[in-house]
Every structure is written in C-alpha cells, then in structure tokens.
Design a protein around this ligand. Sequence first.
Ligand SMILES: O=C(O)CCC(=O)C(=O)O
Length: 297
Amino acid sequence: MTDSDNAFASLPQTWRAWITENLERGCSPLDMANSMARSGQHSMAAARAAIDAALRQRAGANGDVSAPAPAAASAFSAPRAMPYIDVSSNRIAAPDREVEVLFVLKKPQVILLGHVLSDEECDAIIAHCGTRYTRSTVTAEADGASVVHEGRTSEMAFIQRGETEVAERVDRRLAALAHWSPECSEPFQLQKYGVTQEYRPHYDWLDPDSAGHRAHLARGGQRLATFVLYLCDVEQGGGTVFPGLGLEVFPKKGNALWFLNTDGNHQPDPQTLHGGAPVVSGTKIIANKWLRQERYG
Ligand SMILES: O=C(O)CCC(=O)C(=O)O
C-alpha cells in the first residue's frame, strides 16, 4: 500500500464509511473535503488525500481500466466549468438583442447589465403571472421544506419551462449571455414587493452542511450564479443590497443584475450576502433565474 492509499485506510472506520457512502450517493469530492475540514478533525490536504485514495480504491474495485495512474490522479486538480459573462466590451451582442454592460465588480463578481429585456417583454411576463402570486417562502435548513419566513415578506410566482414564449426567449438569451445550458437552471421565480416588503440579507447558494439544503443540492447541484431581472421601475427603495460590499443596485425596468454565488471550485462564497431592501414607494417586481451545476428537474 502506498502512502497516498494510506490516507484513506488510516482514517477511523466512521470516516471511511462516511466517505464511501457519500461517494456512492454521488456527492462532490470538493464538498466532502470541505465538510471534513469544517469538522475540525482533518486538514483540507488530508481530507483531499483520503477522498482521492477512496476514489482510486473504488476505481480499482470496479475494474475501471480508464482510471488515471494512482499517484497522479486527483479529483481536485481540474478547474471546474463556470458560467461567465464576457465583459470585454461595453456592449454584448446576445443572439437576439444588444445588451449594455453598466458596471462590473470583480470580486465577488457582480455585473449590472442594461437592456436585457424590452419593456414589452417585462410587461408580458408580469401580465402572464397576473394574480397567481402567493406569500414567498424560503428553504428550511432542517428538512428542505418551503416555509414562510419573517425575513422574506414579498409574494412569489413561478413560470415553468415551456409555459410561455416570452419567458422561453428570455431564458435562451440569459443562457447565451452566461454561456450556460438553459437546462442547467431553475424556472423563473417572480418576486413582487409592495411598500415595506423586503427580503433580508441571505445567500442564494445551498449549504452542503444543512440537511434541508442537501435535498435541493441533489436536484441540479449548487446554484453557481444568479440573474435578478428587474421587470419594472420602483419609485423609492427596493434596491438589491450587498451589505458586505457597501453596494446597492436600484431596479430599472429591463436591467439584469448578475452575480456569482461560488468560487471557481463551485464552493459557496460568503461575500455574496445580499437582499432586497424594503420598497418605500411603488411596487417592485423581479424575476430570479438561478444557474445550477447540472441539469435541473
Ligand atoms: O429583491 C431583490 O432585489 C433580491 C431578491 C433576492 O435576493 C432573492 O429573491 O433571492
């Protein structure tokens, strides 16, 4: 047995069982290494070495002759694909529309895009959802259920894939802008805020250490990036705020705010804390689009 194989074999039985079980469930090696490191019982390097060794052992047991040579193989060495917006020019030619780059914050990446939707598209999406809104919910950490929360007082409505031509068109446009398959994203979620309504600061990424979030991670993986589409202007208040960055973006009809929720290894980025400030006057309607690691639904 080589030293690197020993990294797995020398772990206590409970950790070996945990690694084996989670690999069988298809968990991401990096998420697993992070959880091991967060337990305080392993360094990140030791956790990665143990998971690599377990993966090699599995490949050997499955007779996988295509598995890379043991010493060189690592589940952690390859950079992972990320959605991205090409901001090398001040205007982006999406397939059916020219979009403006209004600002770029580099780290964490936050980009404001103008003219992403036409006024008619915004109006059509709002009209399509009509009166179907219900009180907004959040994902419960304990069991993943959708629950009403005092920190999110808006109302919400969903547009399923294929439900309306205009949403499909915008979906394809966003996918092209983000260089990401439209199938690796959640359906549009509309949020409507009346006066005083808000969504207090929170993260969009799903926490691999929360049992409730794990159920959602199993369906499409992590939320890598967020688009917030502003479907109307708001008279006063209702900005999208990033308290840790000192940044507030005010809604403007047709604009879209983009931010990455993870680092390049698909790990949650704690700098992405954000929220919807209370509306002071008027109504705010946005559509959220979350880009996932894998095909969703
Ligand atoms: O209302 C906003 O501006 C942000 C909304 C948001 O963060 C969310 O719905 O997750």
